[in-house]
Write a protein that binds this ligand. Sequence first.
Ligand code: URA
Length: 197
Amino acid sequence: SPDERARRIETLDWEALDADIRACTACRLCERRRQAVPGVGDRQASWMFVGEGPGAEEDQRGEPFVGAAGKLLDAMLAAIGLKRGEGVYIANAVKCRPPHNRTPGNDEIEACAPYLARQIALLQPRLLVALGRPAARALLGVDVAIGAARGQVFRCRGMPVVVTYHPAYLLRNQRDKAKVWEDLCFARELMERATPA
Ligand code: URA
């Protein structure tokens, strides 16, 4: 059937993208990674969360947000009724672990941008959530301070983008938990407004 055929083509597109990511040598991050980390989740998702880059556990397992920050991200998703893999897709600004988990450079974010763009183009999410400054940089192409950018709606390729703090930051700054809760509620409201029940 045409539906089945479309689904098959879509699967091939995702597989080609993930294979390209795994084979990438576009920047120096490829030199010290164990493996590149493609996105994970529901390929029909309305929500897309974008992190910074793989850490040690992600580099080892080949999946985004599987370490401590990932556990907190799962709790953040649950707080607004979401679940990893169900209506949610998760990716990173850079697909390879920066040495010693340093912040990825803008040159590395730029080198990796075509992969993020392809993920977004395939997914066509209804809402993008940037987790932290490097993710915001990757999606918006400019530097924003999260504290100043929270509560605003930005655009990436026509799709709405909101920003909040990265869960790893939140692990170190628990007092900002309420702000992230606010940001997530704001995101959920935007989504509900876009898709009336
Ligand atoms: N932090 C991120 O930004 N991404 C991951 O995948 C894990 C930790």
